[in-house]
Write a protein of this length. Structure first.
Length: 402
């Protein structure tokens, strides 16, 4: 198994990674908040009737162009980096520990998905994480090759689907009376509506239905190779020393930042525009434009964001230090974002489900981020780990972390 040339002592932390992780967990909330408040299933007529409809359209476009996919890609990158760092620190004991960590993460994700919020990403990370030891046996060149292959798979498969649909005559279905619901069956729509008006049981049932739809969507949008590709890239970054010693690779990181903003950003704007004009399914040329633009734009802009944050940390910008505590307890903050937003949305809580649009949802996300930044700073002054991080370590090692 190939490991980084320079191993890290266990107590050492990499400041840039903590800050990037903190920024990413903030972005994750902005990516998830539209789903938290049910906008994915809200009928078009109700969305258009909101007093903030014009602002909501702008907010939705900006979310697609600047947020959607980018921050889970950064987290996927960090997950791969974390695996590489663990190989460097733990050496011979790395793989058994890593697999135990994944099993615990899978359990935490399952509880989160079933009982709190179906949009959980932890289970997907844990399941795909079991493939990383296989990639760890690859050379650096092979890791780059696998990264490109995995990130290209969604576009290739969509192209095949488009070709098949063209041959068999598949096309857009005829307009239906309930078209403003996105083709969602009335029974499912009624279940989702009760999430914002009923009690905990109604919210729980709605979450279970959403959980099924969530995993169907992960498959349909080919999320698996996208996430795994960024995992592998993260492992490569550790191998090359970029993640371990970013100060020694400043010029490379600066070039990546430029690529992210000059190529990744326009590609994401193109993808967002294409998604506004063409549906993903059934396959279409417009859908292919969106998928191909995302395949290029999402990982590049994610890398551009991460590289820009890293450069700011290397420059000693004090404003970036505020994100480090949030990054050190990222799992806790991720879970708390779900608890807070589900409480605000559900009928047994704030009842905001289907009552607010994208702009107000984004405003709520901004408030939650500010609160979490403050709480994280206070917590980390007194503790080494966040509550969820402590539990993860406790269950992994069978003893309380020191």
């Amino acid at each position: 198994m190939t490991t980084p040339a320079t191993a890290l002592p266990p107590p050492e932390r990499i400041a840039a990674l903590d800050v990037v992780r903190g920024v990413a967990i903030c972005g994750i909330l902005f990516a998830n908040v539209l789903t938290f408040f049910g906008l994915f299933a809200m009928p078009d007529a109700r969305i258009a009737a909101l007093p903030t409809a014009d602002a909501d359209r702008v907010a939705t476009f900006l979310e697609h162009a600047l947020v959607s996919g980018k921050f889970y890609s950064i987290f996927s990158l960090l997950f791969g980096i974390g695996f590489g760092v663990q190989l460097a620190r733990w050496e011979g004991d790395a793989l058994p520990r890593f697999r135990r960590r994944l099993r615990v993460l899978l359990a935490i994700g399952a509880v989160h998905a079933v009982f709190i919020w179906a949009g959980d990403i932890l289970m997907l990370y844990a399941l795909l994480g079991f493939t990383l030891p296989w990639f760890a046996r690859k050379t650096d060149r092979e890791l780059v090759r696998w990264t490109l292959i995995l990130l290209a798979i969604p576009t290739a498969l969509y192209l095949v689907a488009l070709a098949v649909a063209s041959v068999v005559g598949g096309g857009a279905p005829p307009a239906q009376a309930g078209a403003d619901t996105g083709g969602m069956p009335p029974q499912i729509l009624a279940i989702f509506e009760r999430v914002g008006t009923g009690g905990y049981v109604d919210a729980f049932i709605g979450n279970l239905v959403l959980l099924v739809g969530r995993w169907v969507d992960l498959i349909a949008t080919m999320r698996f190779p996208k996430v795994l590709g960024m995992f592998v890239l993260g492992l490569w970054l550790v191998r090359r020393g970029v993640a371990l010693r970013p100060q020694e690779h400043r010029r490379l990181i600066a070039r990546w930042a430029v690529l992210g903003w000059t190529i990744g950003l326009p590609a994401n704007v193109l993808a967002a525009w294409a998604m506004e004009h063409w549906q993903y399914l059934p396959p279409s040329l417009g859908g292919l434009v969106a998928v191909a633009a995302q395949a290029v734009g999402v990982p590049l802009l994610a890398i551009g964001y991460a590289a820009t944050v890293t450069l700011l940390v290397l420059d000693g910008r004090s404003v970036m230090r505020a994100f480090a505590p949030m990054g050190r307890m990222a799992l806790t903050n991720y879970l708390m974002q779900s608890v807070i937003c589900v409480t605000l949305a559900s009928g047994w809580g704030g009842g905001l489900w289907w009552r607010i649009g994208a702009s107000r949802a984004m405003a709520i996300a901004a408030v939650v981020v500010v609160v979490q930044l403050a709480v994280s700073a206070l917590w980390m002054r007194r503790h080494r780990f966040g509550p969820a991080e402590w539990l993860w370590r406790r269950l992994t090692h069978g003893a309380a972390p020191g």
